[in-house]
Ligand binder design. Structure first.
Ligand SMILES: Nc1ncnc2c1ncn2[C@@H]1O[C@H](COP(=O)(O)OP(=O)(O)O)[C@@H](O)[C@H]1O
Ligand SMILES: [Mg+2]
Length: 247
């Protein structure tokens, strides 16, 4: 069953349509990947679903459990269970990691902090009392935000480029966290241009120039990575000779 249904979604930023008449459905409890070249509009799509300020004035329809998200701001959507990782880290600057994670959870339970830090592969004793600040590496920060999402137990988790700034070993922990989310029934939407991340999904969508231009199995969509694009007459289609030189 679809938990998110998007129909003819159009979103303009600074007067330019970044998303244009996009249609897609995401299924409850499944792990989806949206792949596509830089600038395709992937982060914009995620921001529009989450309702970030500046992204709520869309045309078309986004339904969540059958209910329109039109006019609903990010906090209302978050309360209904939609969460987007790695877009607004500055909001929590200076909080202790423990408080940051507790603030995400509905339960006032310190053992939860230990568990979710462990789930993302961080030593809780070391990290609990540190602050969410610039002394954390990009990878640590990502893991802490992911831990907060595990504590939150959202119904929909949008993860924008979960592999960026992450080493191979840490990426495994991120994948384990995605498995935990799925086990808990969360619908996961992975925004990525990594084949490794795509391979962890159950359904794949190819985004280009503000639209979803193909969807299907991981195998089908992973062909995009072979040529770093799919054959089409679109302006983004790279010249084959250039691909051979740069790969
Ligand atoms: N605030 C903005 N104003 C105008 N154009 C924007 C804005 N944010 C993003 N864009 C443009 O929208 C397009 C899609 O960006 P984005 O969603 O970040 O793509 P992706 O995440 O797929 O790399 C890009 O061409 C980008 O330059
Ligand atoms: Mg992006």
């Amino acid at each position: 069953m679809a938990i998110i249904e998007i129909e003819n979604l159009t979103l303009a930023l600074n007067g330019k349509n970044i998303i244009a008449k996009l249609n897609v459905e995401f299924w409850e409890g499944h792990v989806h990947a949206v792949v596509g070249p830089n600038g395709a509009g992937k982060s914009t799509l995620a921001s529009t679903i989450a309702g970030l300020s500046g992204y709520t004035d869309f045309e078309g329809e986004i339904r969540y459990n059958g209910e329109s998200l039109k006019g609903m701001n990010i906090d209302e959507r978050a309360r209904k269970g939609i969460t987007l990782a790695w877009q607004e880290p500055a909001r929590f600057e200076g909080l202790s990691i423990k408080s940051f994670i507790m603030a995400s959870s509905r339960e006032n339970d310190e053992s939860l902090v230990l568990r979710v830090l462990d789930d993302v592969g961080l030593d809780a004793e070391d990290y609990m009392h540190r602050s969410v600040d610039r002394t954390l590496s990009g990878g640590e920060r990502k893991k802490i935000e992911l831990a907060s999402i595990l504590a939150m137990r959202p119904r929909v988790a949008l993860l924008d480029e979960p592999d960026s700034g992450i080493d191979v070993e840490s990426l495994e922990r991120i994948f384990e966290a995605v498995d935990i989310l799925k086990r808990d029934g969360t619908t996961v939407i992975l925004i990525t241009h990594s084949l490794a991340v795509l391979n962890r999904a159950e359904h794949a969508f190819l985004m280009c120039d503000g639209n979803i231009i193909d969807k299907g199995t991981i195998d089908k969509i992973s062909k995009y990575f072979e040529d770093r694009c799919i054959p089409c007459d679109h302006k983004n289609m790279p010249n084959k000779a250039e691909i051979k030189e740069t790969v």
